[in-house]
Design a protein around this ligand. Structure first.
Ligand SMILES: *Cc1c(COP(=O)(O)O)cnc(C)c1O
Length: 237
């Protein structure tokens, strides 16, 4: 009896914490939205599941989480196809860099690619979308802080790049995403991404992570990407 009980407790621990984290996140989002008169239903969580193992993913799925973000094609390919069989309504986003030699795999595997970050990738995606007939939604990744080490289109070029991807390449670009500089307060960068997205006539705005998603929501995010806030701290890989 005793050993059974400790087993149950052991199993319940992490699950309870994902459940508790999810409640906390929803409450924080609701409070943040309320403070600025925004409907929390207009802001969706993307559960960032990079490095998260199957057991934890299953717990999130059992709690009803269906939108997930992965930053590596290879890792996503290994984790998600079996889970998708069980949960056909999963929505999987690529939020990490996409090499042109993985475009075929990525278009097949993902429902949304958030990291359209250069003209060459637009050309490759255009070919693959045309070949497969799968015109999946794409977000333009904007290098919002113009950091030399970061991927993304310069804020000065982002609107024209998005227009060109739609009009010239026929891509289904639906919005923009950004990762602001680590060291600076994110609000001005979030505000700029919203401005650029609206200028381009697009709807989707993916910005904000565990540490700053309420600010992002207040400044126009339609998707906030939360990893450690839901699943707990990641081991660096
Ligand atoms: C890892 C990652 C996140 C989530 O970061 P947390 O701080 O764990 O919430 C969001 N967006 C991108 C692009 C990421 O790579």
């Amino acid at each position: 009896m005793r050993s059974d009980m400790s087993k149950t407790c052991h199993k319940k621990g992490p699950q309870a914490s994902i459940a508790a984290n999810l409640l906390t996140l929803k409450k924080q989002l609701a409070d943040g939205c309320k403070a600025c008169g925004r409907d929390p239903a207009d802001v969706k969580f993307l559960a960032v599941s990079k490095t998260v193992n199957d057991q934890r993913l299953q717990q999130a799925l059992d709690l009803g989480v269906r939108r997930f973000g992965e930053n590596r094609v290879q890792e996503a390919q290994a984790k998600w196809p079996p889970l998708r069989q069980k949960f056909p309504d999963i929505e999987l986003h690529l939020i990490g860099p996409l090499q042109t030699n993985k475009v075929k795999q990525a278009v097949e595997l993902f429902d949304v690619i958030e990291t359209l970050d250069r003209p060459k990738l637009a050309a490759h995606l255009a070919k693959e979308c045309a070949r497969t007939g799968k015109y999946l939604p794409l977000l333009v990744q904007v290098n919002i802080g113009e950091e030399p080490q970061k991927a993304g289109i310069s804020p000065h070029d982002a609107v024209n790049f998005a227009r060109d991807a739609i009009e010239h390449h026929g891509l289904n670009v639906t919005g923009m995403m950004c990762i602001p500089p680590l060291e600076a307060p994110p609000a001005p960068y979030f505000a700029l991404l919203t401005k650029l997205t609206r200028e381009a006539g697009l709807q989707e705005i993916s910005m904000g992570m565990s540490g700053d998603f309420t600010i992002a929501a207040q400044l126009g995010a339609t998707t906030v990407r939360v990893g450690s806030g839901l699943f707990g701290a990641r081991e660096e890989i």
